[in-house]
Design a binder for this molecule. Structure first.
Ligand code: UT7
Length: 328
């Protein structure tokens, strides 16, 4: 017998307010055409005044718990991947824990920017496999628009807000059926590139929240090569080929990057969950938001093999392979 982390359910939440490209063209020198052509983005959800990252996270978590049919009281690990915590401390995960009425187990945040969800998935999977936790709530939640400089057209058109959550349930599995749940995760970072995508503020630097700064072209180039290589690493580690993958659920930063990964995998775009047109880049929330969309509309079903990938500031990047649902 071996312990595996089964993805028992997922859920998502998007704030009500939607801003389309034409509205942004009134703020900065841009156009719907440019944004659509260069990124695939048409609109994005944006939080209301007073709406916090933890508010989005709790709503996504509630929906994931319902779908998994697991009571909140069973959760003994909460990891929130976020770059936009409610406060510098304590961890947003502790607010989520309290709002869900959970009073035991561990709750903490992970900061790996757009790769945060894949990082959180990996940490949770390893804690479950080691037997330290039994049932984990893994959330990617962002109010990323609060970090934007609304005069910088190079960044302000790219991002949105939202949250996605999954439940991981540790499950004793026969060795013959170990190809269920989280098969593997693969994490990388290279701090030499920390200055091509960063926020120009922070508690130890200048006590300001700061704004996103990005050398878009450079990040794009690294994204294509590093995501391509980590996808390959995940396939090789599991002795799989791209033909075995049912769905690619990629980080939603740029449609051209997503298309390039699909091409590398020789996968048609109808096997890729793409929500960038409506959500833009929601950083750590983008992968679980897209996953939830694919599950909710019936495209992704139990037994499907799903490949996650993401890259962001750091640079930090990673991939994960998950066979959906419990073994039959
Ligand atoms: O989630 C973290 C990971 N992030 C990413 O993966 C983002 C990666 N980068 C990208 O997606 C793309 O590089 C961008 C979408 C950010 C930019 O697209 P690009 O094709 O690389 O454009 P560029 O930065 O080379 O800019 C081309 C032109 C420039 O004008 P000139 O110098 O050629 O006259 C820009 O000033 O487009 C201009 N431009 C814009 N024009 C209209 C830049 N932003 C805008 C804009 N509207 N919003």
């Amino acid at each position: 017998m071996a312990t595996r982390s089964i993805l028992a359910g997922c859920g998502a939440y998007l704030p009500d307010r939607v801003i389309d490209n034409n509205e942004l063209a009134k703020l900065v020198d841009t156009s719907d055409d440019w944004i659509k052509q260069r990124t695939g983005i048409e609109k994005r959800h944006v939080v209301a005044d007073g709406e916090l990252t933890s508010d989005l996270a709790v709503k996504a978590a509630d929906r994931a718990l319902v779908r998994a049919n697991i009571p909140a009281s069973d959760i003994d690990l909460i990891i929130v991947a976020t770059t936009t915590p409610d406060r510098t401390f304590p961890a947003t995960a502790t607010k989520v824990q309290a709002d869900l009425g959970i009073t035991s187990g561990a709750a903490f945040d992970i900061q790996a920017v757009c790769a945060g969800f894949v990082y959180a998935l990996s940490v949770a999977d390893n804690l479950l496999r080691a037997g330290q936790s039994r049932r984990a709530l893994v959330i990617g939640a962002e109010t990323f628009t609060r970090l934007l400089d609304w005069t910088d057209r190079g960044t302000c058109v790219l991002f949105g807000d939202g949250a996605g959550a999954i439940i991981l349930d540790s499950y004793e599995i026969e060795p013959a059926a170990t190809q269920f749940g989280v098969l593997s995760t693969h994490l990388h970072s290279d701090g030499r590139y920390r200055d091509i995508l960063y926020v120009d503020g922070g508690p130890s630097m200048n006590s300001k929240t700061g704004h996103v700064r990005m050398s878009g072209k450079e990040v794009f180039r690294h994204a294509v090569s590093k995501l391509g290589s980590v996808i390959n690493e995940a396939l090789v580690a599991n002795n799989l080929t791209s033909d075995d993958i049912d769905w690619l659920v990629p980080h939603q930063a740029n449609k051209r990057i997503i298309e390039s990964m699909a091409k590398k995998l020789n996968m048609p775009m109808d096997k890729v969950i793409c929500s960038i047109d409506r959500h833009a880049n929601t950083s750590a929330a983008s992968v679980p938001l897209a996953l939830t969309e694919g599950v909710s509309d019936g495209r992704i079903v139990d037994g499907d093999l799903v490949l996650f990938e993401a890259i962001g500031g750091g640079l930090a990047w990673g991939a994960g392979l998950v066979r959906m649902g419990y073994p039959k």
